[in-house]
Design a protein around this ligand. Sequence first.
Ligand code: CMC
Length: 428
Amino acid sequence: MSEKATLTIEGKSYDFDVITGSENEKCIDFQQLRDTTGHITMDPGFGNTGSCYSSITYVDGAKGILRYRGYPIEELAEKASFVETAYLVLYGELPKAAQLKTFSARLKEHAPLHTNLEHHFSGFPTSAPPMAILSAMLNLVACFHPEVLEVPTTGEEFDRTVALLLSKVRTIAAFAYRMAAGKPINHPNPNLTYCGNFLHMMFSNPYQEYEVSPIIDKALNLFLVLHADHEQNCSTSTVRVVGSSRANLFSSVAAGVCALWGPLHGGANAAVIAMLEDIKKSGRPPAYYIDRAKDKDDPFKLMGFGHRVYKNFDPRSIILKKQVHDVLEALHLDDHLLDIALQLEEAILKDDYFISRNLYPNVDFYSGILLRAIGIPLNMYTVMFAIGRMPGWIANWKELHDHKLRISRPRQIYTGHTTRSFIPMSDR
Ligand code: CMC
């Protein structure tokens, strides 16, 4: 017999099904709550709301577990390339050699942008934030490839569209940077890997081809692998909400880019570096900033700390911290911001305010220092997050369509005026 939860309202009892996930997570199915009792649930921020069934990513916030399709993030970070990980997230299994070859060939084929699309970059002012350019250009790509607007979610056509999107997001990102920096664009080179090609498009110049160092290539792959998916976070939920109206894949992920941009989400990676720079410039000790973060009258927050789901540690921050040390050592670099970050983390891990609220470094705390070592400019950090998250957004959009699709439409509790009569202008 299936497990039930009983809810008693005004002396009357109602039974609801209890749903159990494959990792034994529990949920009460309240889909019929309003129809049977007349009540809705209230959960601003959706901290306790299950919005879907998903077989893509598993997160256990208490134990610091993150797995894509069952594979621990630690193993993927060590052994898988971003392209392999993207395939896994999208299709559910690690690719066999022939599948990886076809997938990689498609990514190469779709790397160039339509020439007329390239001209659009010059229409943006040089001060335009690359996240705004990325979001706008993702919708524009679809205008140049109208066949992708009506794409099915399985089969050859879908596979081609996925490769087109994953490949073009990287080209758009690099072109956005080059145009904003007033530099000529570098066209993709089909002989390079996914990450190598991105680095070439970002950093080659007419008189010198960028040489992709294996250390940098590995670091960039790892960064992207760690960002490939993270279940129902703000931007992925946005992609699902937009997709639920049957909006096309490109407009859905463009909306995901906009949601990611905010400093409480993906924008935190750039905000962490800005904060560390500020601490360095001010010459004040980290304690000053920790006290500000604890002061309820001060809106200041320590960027890169805290997470809605992880309440012990974020496994991605542990991997990134080690990678930052390895890369700086291998490249013989010394980053003063790393020293400040380490001091800040050490002080916070001993501080009651942060201990009692389970606030630990999240993925964004060390990722900015890694991106600095790779040579990525600050205004591109959140764009890098978006390139990494693309497989997760697409996989969630596909899963949404593979299940029974119902438009997202939450309810509210109205707290405004009850009915009142219109007042003529002369009486107001
Ligand atoms: N600095 C100081 N206090 C904090 C912080 C912080 N970074 N984060 C949370 N708190 C406090 C918060 O003020 C609240 O205190 P109280 O209980 O006294 O009111 C308590 O901790 C619980 O926080 P919350 O805001 O209710 O937690 P949330 O789950 O709604 O928000 C968060 C999670 C990530 C938005 C938040 O921790 C935060 O703003 N962190 C800084 C921004 C950041 O690093 N974002 C990246 C998140 S991870 C990657 C991603 O999603 O993109």
